[in-house]
Design a protein around this ligand. Structure first.
Ligand SMILES: Cc1cc2nc3c(=O)[nH]c(=O)nc-3n(C[C@H](O)[C@H](O)[C@H](O)COP(=O)(O)O)c2cc1C
Length: 154
């Protein structure tokens, strides 16, 4: 069983909705389970122990929310332990700007995670189209995590 961590911050619930849809996509894949955690309840250990990870944040002043940034700051010392994990990002904003997404994707590259899909920029209330994309994102993360844990045949 592989575990996909869906780590997010949300104040008014939109990013949380996206996180839960991603988790549904993960759970639709046999052999995969989702662990959805708001970042203030997560620890660096959650990051180390998962097999793949999705990061979600509202767009705050064209950047990720401060608590998500703080999580990455705390995780610096375990950077080597998480390198290579499949990852993707998702954001919710009042506008259509992708700047918060870019800030999360910069972290994906700084931590040398494997970006498995283009991230999602959701504008305003999460839409049905967002739901489809989130479910697909969850599925993609779960399948890639399973592939990585497969024992190579000789
Ligand atoms: C402090 C703060 C700063 C924000 N800055 C931006 C911004 O720069 N660009 C934008 O499109 N939306 C901005 N917003 C709007 C939020 O990103 C948007 O309402 C988002 O959907 C909230 O997500 P949540 O429901 O998960 O908390 C800001 C909201 C707050 C509270």
């Amino acid at each position: 069983m592989v575990e996909v961590l869906v780590l997010y911050y949300s104040r008014s619930g939109r990013t949380e909705t996206l996180a839960n849809w991603i988790a549904q996509g993960v759970e639709s894949v046999e052999g995969a389970s989702a662990k959805v955690k708001r970042v203030d309840y997560a620890t660096v250990h959650d990051f180390v122990s998962c097999d793949a990870v999705a990061f979600g944040s509202p767009n705050y002043f064209s950047y990720m929310a401060g608590l998500i940034k703080d999580f990455f700051d705390k995780a610096l010392s375990i950077r080597e332990k998480v390198a290579g994990k499949p990852s993707a990002a998702f954001t919710s904003g009042g506008g259509a700007s992708n700047s918060a997404l870019l800030s999360l994707e910069k972290m994906i590259s700084s931590f040398r995670l494997e970006k498995v899909a283009d991230g999602l920029v959701s504008q305003g209330e999460p839409s049905e189209e967002n739901q489809k994309i989130c479910k697909k994102l969850g599925e993609t993360l779960a399948k890639r995590a399973l592939e990585r844990t497969e024992v190579p045949k000789d």
